[in-house]
Design a protein around this ligand. Structure first.
Ligand code: COA
Length: 328
């Protein structure tokens, strides 16, 4: 077995900004309500000619640059997304072509907002077992294509963006490595966050379009409870399984979902606010892109440095939840 580390991170967000004030003109809501209930102030929306692979491509280029690698050095591309360019072929194949990663296999991973954390776990397993040396893990979404902008319960929450991490074989004797992974799911909660139409269960038809079944729907209150509980459990499990205390963690990078959910968890697990990285006020919930986007910003701002102990925490549709514990 080898050790695996994160060699570089990247992030890309589209230029167009959709503010709470813009949303006030579309649905019955207010800037004040959205900030109070979610902490979100604005989100990014992909341009008409941008798809998920285009956003992922830009994040991938930054991550490769930070890792000091070329596209040809990649052995695998894993794209975590719930909004791929097409369901067949996989979105990762578009990225592979755009990037010119001629030596890489490419596949998508579907675990909704937990997708990037699942992707890091799968990618690092490929590196640790010696199957591959360099694996690109992407979380990218164009959620704006799957949001009903007449539904105020969902349209205020979500945005578009992409994040990336290059996983590489760790140097012998170095401390930088992925230390622990933990993944869970509960298929009993499939109805809580769902795009019901377009799959084999409800194939696309006039009825599914008229019934708006191709949009994301959500039972907000139940999801709130699940999110709070799973995030708390994940942090407590990471601490317990690795013989840590809260003080040992330098930074927690949670799924950027809702500041009320995060504040509730902070109080329960007694973590100081400065140990949590938050950018949800600028981007909203970008599903699989949220953790890698936040991680990249934390790295670029110097909040993650050599030797830092970083916990990536995510939860989402499925239901799914998980963490990665990383020594930087
Ligand atoms: N603007 C103004 N009012 C709104 C609104 C909006 N955008 N959305 C809902 N409301 C209204 C509701 O209709 C309801 O009105 P009523 O009392 O007259 O029926 C009232 O606000 C309270 O609704 P409720 O759903 O109880 O609000 P909430 O405090 O639970 O906040 C969410 C709603 C969606 C912000 C919250 O449930 C949430 O964040 N859930 C988690 C969602 C999530 O993170 N999903 C992704 C997980 S990966």
């Amino acid at each position: 077995m080898y050790e695996c580390r994160i060699a570089g991170t990247g992030r890309y967000v589209p230029e167009k900004v959709l503010t709470n004030t813009d949303l006030e003109k579309i649905v019955e809501t207010s800037d004040e309500w959205i900030i109070k209930r979610t902490g979100i102030r604005e989100r990014r929306i992909a341009a008409e000619d941008q798809s998920t692979s285009d956003l992922a491509l830009e994040a991938a280029r930054v991550a490769l640059d930070r890792a000091g690698l070329a596209a040809e050095d990649l052995d695998a591309i894993i794209l975590a997304t719930l909004t791929p360019d097409t369901y067949c072929p996989a979105g990762a194949c578009y990225v592979q072509n755009l990037l010119g990663a001629t030596n890489a296999c490419a596949f998508d991973l579907s675990a909704a907002c937990t997708g990037f954390v699942y992707g890091i776990t799968v990618g690092s397993s490929l590196v640790r077992t010696g199957v591959h040396k360099n694996v690109l893990v992407l979380g990218a979404e164009t959620l704006s294509r799957f949001i009903d902008y007449t539904d105020r319960n969902t349209c205020i929450l979500f945005g578009d963006g992409a994040g990336a991490a290059v996983l590489s074989r760790a140097e012998e004797g170095g401390d930088s490595r992925l230390l622990d992974h933990y993944l869970r799911s509960d298929g009993g909660g499939t109805d809580l966050i769902i795009m019901p139409g377009g799959g084999a269960r409800r194939p696309s038809s006039h009825d599914t379009v008229d019934g708006k079944l191709h949009f994301l729907s959500m039972q907000g209150n139940d999801v709130f409870k699940f999110a709070t509980k799973s995030m708390q459990t994940l942090i407590e499990t990471a601490i317990e399984r690795n013989g840590l205390s809260v003080d040992d963690l330098d930074l927690v990078v949670p799924h950027q979902v809702n500041s009320r959910i995060i504040d509730t968890v902070l109080r329960k697990v007694d973590i100081p606010e400065e140990k949590i990285y938050l950018n949800l006020q600028r981007y909203g919930n970008t599903s699989a892109a949220s953790v890698p986007m936040a991680l990249h910003e934390a790295v670029e701002e110097g909040r993650v440095q050599a030797g830092s102990l970083v916990l990536l925490v995510a939860f989402g549709a499925g239901l799914t939840w998980g963490y990665n514990l990383v020594r930087w």
